[in-house]
Design a protein around this ligand. Structure first.
Ligand code: ATP
Length: 236
């Protein structure tokens, strides 16, 4: 579905992503694992049109694509659930979702909620669409970001450190959701620095360190020891 070939991104003398090649298929969860500073956020930013790569190509369904902006990413079917929700706190959930969709903002409140429920049919909402965002918990705000991502009917869903704001119980719910996305045929990129959750949720694990991909392991061949060695310094 999505393929990166030799992607390089520099910030002055820092090589944040150094010739990274990756692939994520439809119906698969690829975890990007790495410590702080490994280059995960930079890679996500490239995929979401926040930066342009200095070198390398991004291919979607076999075709090279340019992603000059988040809008372009969305149009291509790439959705991002950011690590920290980027919602308008004073607005309701429904209003935030409508903004993402370019639905008429002044649609009567009930009509807007009806429309959103229809568009999200098949997905558990998990949050009151009429609640003002500032009253929601961190986990509920993330849920709004996930709903916003799903409304765009993406082919590729990127979850950036999604469990950092969740309780263990909420995280478990998210892992079950992710299994559903796989069954729907989405390609999921799951960013994390937590070994246990990566082992729980991923089909394949790509490990980044110092801007480079230092290993890629299918889930069935991965264990904590191997992943730690890759994360902290021994290459395989
Ligand atoms: P974290 O989990 O802390 O976000 P990360 O794995 O996502 O870490 P990046 O944020 O991608 O890592 O950072 C990779 C390297 O690039 C780091 O050395 C970081 O300091 C550097 N870097 C990232 N963004 C910028 C920027 N806008 N300007 C300069 N250097 C940057």
């Amino acid at each position: 579905m999505l393929r990166l070939e030799n992607i390089t991104k520099r910030f002055g003398p820092i090589v944040a992503n150094d010739r990274i090649s990756l692939e994520v298929r439809a119906g698969e969860v690829l975890a990007l694992l790495g410590e702080n500073g490994a280059g995960k956020t930079t890679l996500v930013s490239l995929l979401y049109g926040l930066y342009a790569p200095d070198e390398g190509r991004i291919l979607l369904e076999g075709r090279p694509v340019q992603i000059p902006s988040p809008k372009a990413a969305q149009a291509l079917g790439i959705a991002l659930v950011p690590q920290h929700p980027e919602l308008i706190e004073a607005h309701t959930v429904a209003e935030n979702l409508a903004l993402g969709l370019d639905l008429p903002f002044l649609l009567p409140r009930r009509a807007l909620v009806r429309r959103l429920k229809a568009l999200l049919a098949g997905h558990p909402l998990g949050v009151d669409l009429e609640a003002p965002v500032h009253l929601l918990s961190a986990g509920e705000k993330q849920r709004v970001e996930i709903l916003r991502a799903l409304l765009a009917k993406p082919k590729v869903l990127i979850l950036d450190e999604p469990t950092s704001v969740l309780t263990p119980q909420e995280a478990e719910g998210l892992f079950q959701e992710i299994a559903r996305y796989k069954a729907m045929g989405l390609a999921v990129i799951f960013i994390s620095h937590k070994l246990d959750e990566v082992l729980r949720v991923a089909d394949r694990i790509a490990v980044l360190r110092g801007g480079r991909k230092v290993g890629e392991v299918p889930r069935e061949k991965a264990d904590r020891d191997l992943l730690v060695r890759l994360m902290v310094g021994r290459e395989v």
